[in-house]
Design a protein around this ligand. Structure first.
Ligand SMILES: NC(=O)c1ccc[n+]([C@@H]2O[C@H](COP(=O)([O-])OP(=O)(O)OC[C@H]3O[C@@H](n4cnc5c(N)ncnc54)[C@H](O)[C@@H]3O)[C@@H](O)[C@H]2O)c1
Length: 249
């Protein structure tokens, strides 16, 4: 565990899966957390589940809307006065072969997974730089698909996640030395996003994973916490693969 008692964290995609586990992990480390998600019922439930309204806040937030990112930052500043940590976990994963993909399907993937990362990173970075400490840490959740390309019928997803990796590196340079920025590239993690895919071909996928299991959301959350912590004080512009050995590149 890490000591985040003096930290304020903003987590997007916090209504489910990796984002929700990250909010819970950071909260358990002592942070005050602001949970954001487009799914109002889910993000409220995730916040209520923490059982600590003094150290948590939640917001209905659409990653594709730059104004929503600004409102999220305004909420964090109004409640807790500062932002120290941002984890960008909001994302979508949709199946579509490129040959039959519409412009709208491509754009929606980019809008949520990549535009969304830009809007919230920009808004939070401004707040971090304007704070008294003038520092912070950002983690973007990419994917193994960002390194090797999306799996069959997920080229747009792979492109958005490869974009996240490159964006994180550029951001790391632009915001250094004040703010460290890193990515996590998960492999198969047990969340609602991939439940159907895993139901269909879970056994075959396990054969390609040296650790012989699907990851738990908490196992991504703990790496996000490491990257946001002082233990990673000399790490920036990096991508950590959390995939049970499924991708060794
Ligand atoms: N689960 C995996 O195997 C896996 C693997 C690699 C990468 N990832 C990435 O991890 C991140 C989290 O995914 P997860 O597996 O926890 O999925 P999930 O579906 O459980 O959670 C994603 C969350 O993002 C929210 N969201 C979707 N569109 C949004 C929008 N427009 N604005 C705000 N929130 C929005 C959803 O409501 C949901 O709560 C995603 O970026 C995903 O691409 C997941």
């Amino acid at each position: 565990m890490f000591d985040f008692h003096d930290k304020i964290a903003v987590i997007t995609g916090a209504g489910s899966g990796i984002g929700r586990a990250t909010a819970a992990f950071f909260h358990a480390c002592g942070a005050r957390v602001v949970l954001a998600d487009i799914n109002a019922a889910a993000v409220e439930a995730a916040a209520v589940d923490l059982g600590d309204p003094e150290r948590s806040a939640w917001s209905v937030y659409d990653a594709t809307d730059p104004d929503a990112a600004e409102r999220l930052v305004a909420l964090a500043l109004a409640r807790f006065g500062r932002i120290d940590q941002l984890v960008i976990a909001a994302g979508i994963y949709e199946r579509q072969n490129v040959a039959s993909m519409s412009d709208a399907q491509w754009r929606r993937m980019m809008a949520v997974n990549l535009d969304g990362a830009f809007y919230v990173a920009r808004a939070c970075a401004r707040a971090m730089l304007a704070s008294e400490a003038g520092s912070g840490a950002i983690v973007g959740i990419s994917s193994v698909a960002g390194h090797q390309g999306g799996s069959f019928a997920h080229a747009h997803y792979g492109a958005s996640k490869g974009g996240m990796l490159a964006f994180v590196r550029g951001l790391a340079r632009d915001l250094a030395p004040a703010i460290r920025v890193n990515a996590i590239a998960p492999g198969w993690i047990d969340t609602p996003m991939v439940a159907e895919t895993l139901r269909g071909s879970g056994e075959a996928k396990l054969k390609a994973i040296p650790l012989r299991r699907i990851g738990a959301p908490r196992e991504v959350a703990s790496v996000a916490a490491f990257l946001c912590s002082e233990a990673a004080s000399f790490v920036t512009g990096e991508s950590v693969i959390v995939a049970g050995g499924a991708y060794m590149g």
